[in-house]
Design a protein around this ligand. Structure first.
Ligand SMILES: NC(=O)c1ccc[n+]([C@@H]2O[C@H](COP(=O)([O-])OP(=O)(O)OC[C@H]3O[C@@H](n4cnc5c(N)ncnc54)[C@H](O)[C@@H]3O)[C@@H](O)[C@H]2O)c1
Length: 379
């Protein structure tokens, strides 16, 4: 063998070793709907090997793997057996909200990095327990808010952070649908824990709170109702009979820094939209047209309102286009890159705990029928 051929061969072996050395072993916990976007993303990546899957429903994980033509995967009846029997670098927790905390804590306690689907969990107490486990483990835990990677969402943050709006003092956000109640595991306390807030409301909160740097929530006056979901006139009778979460929520939240957050979210109501997202500052305001920010989109060009040389002016910000891979892929990739490069979690719990606390305190305030203080135990 000539030196040139030998050198080429050695180089090839070294490159393969480098790649295989970096191959991350990944497990998927919960093989329902959102798990599809995780497996599709992992399958596109050369440095990842999906080695295990778990689901509480017998045979579901096997069918899921077969659908994607994934071979050589080991299957387990719950997150515990999967974590106990595998040596994993990471798991995707794609279960319904009520098992987010137990799956995530168990994985972290066993030294596994976690990409946890949104919402982070259901209660503030669970969020605190998750963060304690995260802190103890030193592992990466990122929450699955992929719309953050959308160019328009980035633009919202860029505008606010540029200072052009001055000091932010009032935000109106939320949105929702005239009719659009999901079904499956989303509509029962025992699986979802929360309704429209956990499904889509958490995204609206993330859009604006991320833009303003996630200030701590101080007090919440919350309202929740379920007039549509439980009514067979507006929902199919079988789903209406088991529906016991909120299909509408509204809240008035005081945030640190003297900022008021006015929030409403809907799966069903008798109007097309509860309004645009509006961010008011001392030097300008931003209007984001009624947005499906949960899909990583805005409802049209944004407008900045300000005064210029004594004139009230409006500046249109055109809708930005996304390039390259989709948001789900970017979400998974940014999580894996944080593991490989030893970086920070792309969507850290230190922020999302405030998102979760707002939702949880809306539930608590609504039950009590009065304003309550936001209490977050020490991590
Ligand atoms: N990021 C997004 O765009 C997005 C979109 C949809 C849903 N979600 C979130 O993803 C989560 C799941 O939603 P879905 O629509 O896929 O739900 P789903 O009900 O279709 O799937 C959840 C699966 O998890 C399994 N499961 C629950 N606990 C488990 C455990 N301990 N071990 C193993 N398996 C377990 C269930 O059996 C079920 O098959 C929800 O929290 C939801 O909010 C995120």
């Amino acid at each position: 063998m000539s030196d040139a051929v030998l050198s080429q061969f050695t180089q090839q072996v070294e490159e393969e070793k480098k790649v295989s050395g970096r191959k991350l072993k990944v497990g998927i916990i919960g093989t329902g709907w959102i798990a599809e976007s995780h497996i599709e993303s992992y399958l596109e990546m050369d440095d990842v090997e999906v080695v295990a899957m778990a689901d509480l429903i017998p045979g579901k994980a096997e069918k899921f793997a077969a659908r994607y033509g994934v071979e050589g995967v080991r299957f387990y009846p719950s997150h515990k057996e999967l974590i106990d029997n595998e040596q994993l670098d990471a798991v995707s927790v794609c279960t319904y909200n009520m098992t987010h905390a137990e799956c995530t804590i168990y994985a972290l306690e066993h030294g596994v990095n976690v990409l946890l689907e949104k919402p982070m969990c259901v209660t503030t107490e669970e969020a605190v327990e998750i963060m304690r486990a995260e802190k103890k483990s030193g592992k990466i835990l990122s929450i699955g808010f992929q719309p953050r990677l959308d160019e328009n969402m980035k633009m919202v943050k860029q505008i606010v952070q540029s200072g052009i709006l001055g000091k932010i003092y009032y935000i109106q956000t939320g949105g929702g649908r005239r009719r659009g109640i999901p079904n499956s595991t989303f509509i029962e306390q025992k699986t979802a824990g929360i309704g429209a807030m956990g499904d889509i409301g958490c995204y609206s909160l993330d859009m604006v709170l991320n833009a303003i740097g996630y200030p701590k929530p101080l007090t919440v006056t919350g309202y929740t109702s379920g007039f549509f979901g439980a009514n067979p006139k507006y929902n199919n009778p079988a789903d209406a009979a088991r529906f016991n979460v909120e299909d509408f929520a509204a809240a008035f939240v005081r945030l640190e820094g003297d900022i008021i957050l006015d929030f409403r979210i809907s799966w069903a109501m008798h109007i097309d939209s509860p309004g645009d997202t509006v961010i008011l500052g001392t030097e300008g305001a931003l209007r984001i047209p009624a947005t499906e920010c949960w899909n990583g989109s805005i409802g049209g060009p944004m407008t900045i309102y300000s005064d210029m040389a004594g004139n009230q002016v409006e500046t249109t910000i055109p809708v930005c286009e996304n390039h390259g891979k989709g948001l789900f892929y970017k979400k998974v990739r940014s999580f894996l890159d944080a593991i490989l490069e030893g970086g920070e979690a792309p969507v850290p719990t230190s922020q999302i705990i405030y998102n979760q606390a707002i939702i949880d305190h809306i539930v608590k305030s609504a039950k009590l029928g009065k304003e309550i203080e936001v209490v977050i135990p020490e991590i």
